[in-house]
Design a protein around this ligand. Structure first.
Ligand SMILES: Cc1cc2nc3c(=O)[nH]c(=O)nc-3n(C[C@H](O)[C@H](O)[C@H](O)COP(=O)(O)OP(=O)(O)OC[C@H]3O[C@@H](n4cnc5c(N)ncnc54)[C@H](O)[C@@H]3O)c2cc1C
Length: 364
């Protein structure tokens, strides 16, 4: 089988890799450079934020993926030599006095249903876990098994793995149309160039809807900008991914600390703004005051592929045999990727799917 994957983010590379593992000959087409969009910009938290507020269909993908990540990281180290730094740093969720009881009750019920470890921390335990946390915080919920991965390293390791597996990676190749005969897709076009294939999988992130409009297919995916900061600190000063009122910090192994993130409906504009810089600094430094003295090393943005309720589209596009979609992962594309690529590959190969596909179709 010949497959074309459109889009060289995490979803595209992992889909290409999974198809190649099952024996397909795969070409991946990327309009710019591989892994420079949302997949590079993301934080790499391997859990939805506040997962109890998400649909079961999102949590099912997350749970399947979380179980795969340690093995995936090992495989990628073996195949490409780049360590994506899967790290079980744990997730600490903070809440204020008025919201804590309700939120913690909902969260602990959810954790019990999904078999995920969680522990309520009082003030003393909280500050033992995170000695640099601002004193104002008095209550937290710890999910010790939640892990993180380092996006740019994951991209590097996937790229190396794809090349090692003989996948053709073509950059600067914007797909502009589809080759169709009758009711079957026969490939894609990049300007005058044609790439024939039995199967085409669209993994074009926030751009997926724009691409499908050329076929009069409407998909409710749109860009939602997120800005992020990175501080340089000493390793271990912050131990856990820490989430408070929608903002978070992520401590990397080498002491870098990411602070995120904004949610801005500004179309395909990837600028960074002074306003977001101040907002992110304010929230990160209110959590961990020592960050105010730390070097601020970087500030960037990315375009999340926003979909309704954050449920991705992992499906065949009905009426066009051979055309598949794996996009719209919104805030959770990293954590949902392994299950999403496995599910789309199950659909392509007509295997028994790992999860009920109806939940991820366009007509749900
Ligand atoms: C600030 C921020 C923080 C985040 N934090 C997390 C987190 O902690 N955990 C988590 O799980 N998720 C997180 N996310 C979300 C996650 O990064 C995304 O859901 C995920 O990266 C989407 O991957 P993708 O491959 O679908 O999209 P992308 O990485 O955007 O890749 C799509 C690719 O398709 C290419 N493309 C588009 N159109 C065409 C075309 N016509 N032809 C060829 N190529 C095309 C694009 O150039 C792009 O490279 C975050 C996102 C942001 C922005």
């Amino acid at each position: 089988m010949k497959a074309v994957v459109v889009g060289g983010g995490l979803l595209g590379m992992m889909t290409a890799r999974e198809l190649s593992k099952s024996g397909a000959t795969v070409t991946l087409l990327e309009q710019g450079q591989i892994g420079r969009e949302s997949s590079w910009a993301g934080g790499g938290i391997l859990s939805p934020l506040y997962p109890w507020d998400y649909a079961d269909s999102v949590n099912a993908l997350a749970k399947w993926s979380q179980q795969q990540y340690p093995q995936l990281a090992e495989e990628l180290i073996d195949e490409g030599g780049v360590d994506p730094q899967w790290t079980q740093s744990g997730l600490l969720v903070l809440a204020n006095q008025t919201t804590a009881d309700a939120m913690f009750a909902k969260a602990t019920n959810w954790a019990r249903d999904y078999g995920i470890a969680c522990e309520r921390l009082d003030e003393r335990m909280l500050h033992e876990q995170e000695p640099e946390l601002a004193e104002a915080h008095t209550q937290g919920l710890l999910f010790p098994e939640i892990a993180q991965i380092r996006n740019p390293r994951l991209i590097k390791s996937l790229r190396a793995s794809c090349l090692k597996r003989g996948i053709t990676l073509l950059e600067n190749s914007p797909v502009s149309g589809f080759l169709v005969s009758g009711k079957k897709v026969r490939g894609v076009s990049v300007g005058e160039d044609k790439h024939e294939a039995d199967v085409v999988v669209i993994c074009a992130g926030a751009w997926s809807a724009r691409l499908l409009t050329s076929m009069n297919i409407e998909v409710p995916i749109k860009p939602l900008r997120g800005q992020m900061l990175m501080y340089r600190t000493s390793p271990g000063q912050i131990k856990r991914i820490t989430l408070s009122e929608g903002h978070y910090v992520i401590p990397r192994r080498d002491g870098r600390v990411l602070a995120g993130s904004t949610q801005e409906d500004v179309g395909f504009d990837k600028s960074t703004t002074q306003e977001a810089l101040l907002e992110l600094r304010h929230t990160a430094e209110a959590l961990f005051p020592f960050l105010a003295e730390a070097e601020l090393e970087n500030h960037w943005s990315g375009l999340r592929p926003e979909s309704t309720a954050g449920i991705p589209y992992i499906c065949m596009i009905s009426g066009l045999e051979g055309l598949f979609l794996n996009a719209g992962h919104f805030r959770n594309g990293v954590v949902l990727a392994p299950a999403s690529v496995r599910l789309v590959t199950d659909l392509i190969l007509q295997r028994t799917p790992i999860l009920e596909p109806r939940d991820y179709g366009l007509e749900r």
